[in-house]
Design a protein around this ligand. Structure first.
Ligand SMILES: Nc1ncnc2c1ncn2[C@@H]1O[C@H](COP(=O)(O)OP(=O)(O)O)[C@@H](O)[C@H]1O
Ligand SMILES: [Mg+2]
Length: 336
């Protein structure tokens, strides 16, 4: 029987990851993904030059042996890239080296680590205030006059409330995330939910001298939704529009059908968000001005909650904002 000699380069191209074949310490063939990662002219070069990463160079002695462990290459081909290098012996002293792209997994893991750190930090600040004020009240209670005591107690109360809001938002986020693979199916009429959310926001609107304007199509078809989550989404968007809108200017909530989606838009006339921040405001705890958000009672989690609700509903979120003009948040939700 004739021996089948596979066309090495076609075989390498057939792998959907960066891969090369080496003999000794030299590259003898590579696919285009490997060339994109390591450089165009790598065929014929030494492995030390080609994979110039300390962890890889350290592992080269073991490379090609059947039991080489996987080697993590953080930062190869870009500071945010992350690869797993694997090798397997082939015939005649050659071996195959593959690079599995783990950048997304590494980024997700980094986000998780950052999130825990940020959440702890957000809770530690009010907690320190609570401990400081209660200690003072306890140790110097006799010397503190009634007015000061009241002031201290209201600080303690406000900080405890802030912690409560953060914890409630964190619980919301994790609930929404836990359900992200099950799209809501209930047929929900948006118009009454908009009314309910606007009713809840009326007090803040009055305080800020803002009018709440509705432009809701009376023929709006029902959406496939989770009622509680849509109310939460509306609350967050309307509260933001009131908080960050210019006092005395209107906040508009509009909704109309658009093909198989319902288009909801919440618009304010306010300071707007600069383009470099727009990309990031849906990240957990990201704020343009942290102390301002805190003083307005924000947790920095509202838009992140909104984003997760929209994702769970298989919808779309677009934040359209112009500095000094205002912000419109568009949400597309599928019709039931
Ligand atoms: N309508 C808006 N206009 C201007 N800035 C906004 C608006 N909505 C959100 N932002 C900015 O995005 C940040 C994140 O919003 P959010 O997640 O709701 O957190 P929070 O309101 O608790 O600070 C806010 O701190 C603010 O800087
Ligand atoms: Mg908010």
């Amino acid at each position: 029987m004739p021996q089948v000699i596979p066309d090495t380069s076609r075989l390498l191209e057939g792998l959907n990851e960066a891969a090369l074949i080496a003999r000794g310490r030299r590259v003898i063939a590579s696919n285009s993904a490997a060339k994109a990662l390591l450089g165009d002219g790598i065929d014929g070069d030494g492995l030390e030059q080609v994979i110039s990463h300390p962890a890889a160079i350290e592992a080269l002695d073991r490379i090609g042996s059947a039991d080489m462990e996987e080697v993590e290459l953080a930062g190869l081909g870009g500071s945010r890239r992350h690869w797993l290098m694997r090798s397997a012996p082939l015939a005649d002293g050659t071996y195959l080296i593959r690079f599995v792209d783990r950048s997304e997994v590494a980024a997700a893991e980094q986000m998780r680590v950052d999130f825990v750190a940020n959440a702890s930090h957000e809770l530690r600040t009010p907690l320190s205030t609570l401990i400081g004020y209660t200690e003072t009240l306890r140790e110097q209670g006799d010397e503190i006059d009634g007015d000061t005591r009241e002031r201290f107690l209201s600080v303690v109360h406000d900080e405890a409330r802030r912690m409560q809001r953060i914890v409630e938002d964190l619980i919301s986020l994790s609930r929404i995330e836990a359900e992200k693979f099950t799209a809501p199916t209930e047929a929900v009429n948006l118009a009454p939910l908009i009314e309910q959310a606007l009713g809840g926001a009326q007090r803040i609107a009055d305080e800020r001298g803002s009018t709440l304007v509705r432009e809701v199509d009376p023929e709006l078809p029902p959406i496939a939704a989770d009622r509680g989550q849509i109310l939460q989404l509306l609350d967050n968007l309307i509260t933001n529009a009131l908080r960050y809108g210019e006092p005395g200017t209107p906040v508009t909530v509009a909704a109309h059908a658009e093909g198989s989606m319902v288009h909801l838009a919440v618009a304010d006339q306010g300071e707007g968000i600069a383009p470099e921040h727009v990309k990031r405001v849906t990240e957990r705890f990201y704020r343009v001005d942290t102390s301002r958000s805190r003083s307005l009672g924000g947790t920095g989690l509202g838009l992140s909650i909104v984003k997760h609700i929209v994702e769970r509903h298989r919808g779309r979120l677009v934040i359209d904002s112009e500095l000094e003009r205002g912000t419109t948040v568009h949400v597309l939700l599928p019709v039931s």
